[in-house]
Design a protein around this ligand. Sequence first.
Ligand code: TRP
Length: 350
Amino acid sequence: MSDEKIILTGVRPTGPLHIGHYCGALVNNVAIQNAGGYAHMYAMIADAQGLTDNFDDPEKVRRNVMEVALDMLAAGYDPTKTTMFIQSAVPELTELTFYYMNLVTVARLQRNPTVKGEIAQKEKFANGLPVGFLTYPISQASDITAFRANIVPAGDDQAPMIEQTNEIVHKFNSIYGEVLKPVKIVMPESSLAARLPGTDGNAKMSKSLGNCIYLKDSADEIAARVKSMFTDPKHLRVEDPGNTRDNPVFIYLSVFAKPEHFAAFLPEYANYEELAAHYERGGLGDVKVKKFLNSVLQETLKPIREKREMLARDTASVMEILRNGTERARAVAAETLADVKRAMRLNYFD
Ligand code: TRP
């Protein structure tokens, strides 16, 4: 077994991507892509997984495949370096899933903390849990092993999926012979960037809460969102000492504001630490800080939005990128599936 790096990332196309995705995943993945040193890099749009909790809204998933592809390309994914593909168009993945299902118990799936949390939250599952949703970690093991990926860059919520994938790998190899490779998760270094709170202070940015800033948002939409952001509710007068820790305006600044931004828009402060110290001491008003955050976000998101608008004028070319990537991905997955079936004694016509 060679130790060449094969990297796979995945994203569910259930909504356009927001700045939480951007600093938690896209920036990292593009840096990995551009650093090189790997044998292959794949970026999968996980529409089949997206359907496991959106099967009643197929148009939503279909529409967001294009939205997410535009977001990825605008953020710097380069299809000459990264194979971008659509999960459902690689049917080998579904076939692998069916074989892996034999290697996983229902109890094990029910213990998966990420799945468990999602089930508890979803009202639509209150009257019964679809088998497809419960088993999506198995399908994720197929996504990863089909491409012989040994590195999956993802947030900590994906760690249980990687753990389950490795259990499947070990069980498969111990029963049928050494075919599958174990995989490692690589998490973002900064835990703040890994999970950006919503503009309302909620722990998570989510479409249903309406607390997101999207990569496709116009300059006016960004400005309006920043203006109405939650801050420290106890910071009533400018003189009052403020809390920066649970304050999304400061959390965003700590992630996005670079020294160049201070030099250009708020030269009284050299960096984030100086600004935060003043707020905590008292004497710094929310309006001023929000104005600065708006400038930082406008500067950061403008080039992405412009590139996205350009790409969106020719969605046929974007579809062509996905079609080419999917063809290449399919060829690799077909090889793995053939290896798996041979090991499982299912290769009757070889
Ligand atoms: N579960 C991931 C998410 O919710 C998406 C995903 C599907 C994925 N298959 C994958 C991520 C394989 C990494 C590897 O965002």
